[in-house]
Structures are given as C-alpha cells and as structure tokens.
Design a protein around this ligand. Sequence first.
Ligand SMILES: [Fe+2]
Ligand SMILES: [Fe+2]
Length: 160
Amino acid sequence: MEAFIQITQELLGSEQVRMMGRWKHHGPITTLDHSLFVAYLSYRAAKALGLDERAAARGGLLHDLYLYDSKDKSAHPGWQCFDHPRAAARNAEALTELSEKERNIILSHMWPLGGALPRSPEALLVDLVDTFCAGLEVFRIYHPSRLRKRLGVQPLTAGT
Ligand SMILES: [Fe+2]
Ligand SMILES: [Fe+2]
C-alpha cells in the first residue's frame, strides 16, 4: 500500500481527485471511492502480472475524473457512456502530465460499449478491474470507503 500511495501521492492530494467525493457513482458509492478501488486493484494486478503498475494506478485513479453529476442531463452533451471517458481524459490532462498509455487507459475504459480501443495490456486490465469493482459495488459486496480510509484520502464535498 505504501508504494501505491507514493506513486499516486500527487494525485491523491489534488482537489480534482478529492472532488470526486461529491458525486455518487454506483448506488451509495462515491466516484472517489470507486476510483480508488479501481486504482488500487489495477495497481496490485499489474504488479502481479509484471505490467506497468504506475500507468495502471494512475489511469485507474483518473478513469472516472469527469467531475459532474452523471444524473444531471445538462452537465454533458450526449450519452454518458461515451462522454464521461472523454471528460475524464480532459480533466486528467489539466491535472497532471499524462503518458499516451495513461490517456488511452482513461479513454478506453468503457470498451467494448463505447470510446477508444484499449491499446495496452494495462488498458485492458483497468477496463476489466473497473467492471469487476462496479459489480462488487452494485451488489453491495464491498464498500470501498474502507479502502479510502486506509489510504487516508479526505473527500472534498460541496462546501468544504
Ligand atoms: Fe467510467
Ligand atoms: Fe469506473
């Protein structure tokens, strides 16, 4: 967990990432808790598989950085499935220097439903981990706020 925190430190402390705590993503789970869950599991899996764990951790953490209420139809122009990876990539680019691989991880995380094609094993991995985490969240098998607390990340809610 220490190495994961070190890799993502700059992002974990940023307002943009902590702001994801304002919006719910799957039922009662915030986008921040979901993103930390995806980032950490992607990091662990990438490490175990001998892949680029830094790109998996950072791409996983930023994959849903769209920063709006997904239920608010006026917040984005089209279909959430296509729109939110693009919005997340835009916001991530403004926040940090993204590698081409990290950018593709974000843009392709909804594949094959929409968006770009995954162009690396790490992109495919984050895509799979995202689906796996969403399943655990939707069926209330795991509440990732426990992981957020262990990581020591404070959500930035409206008014804080
Ligand atoms: Fe997403
Ligand atoms: Fe996601």
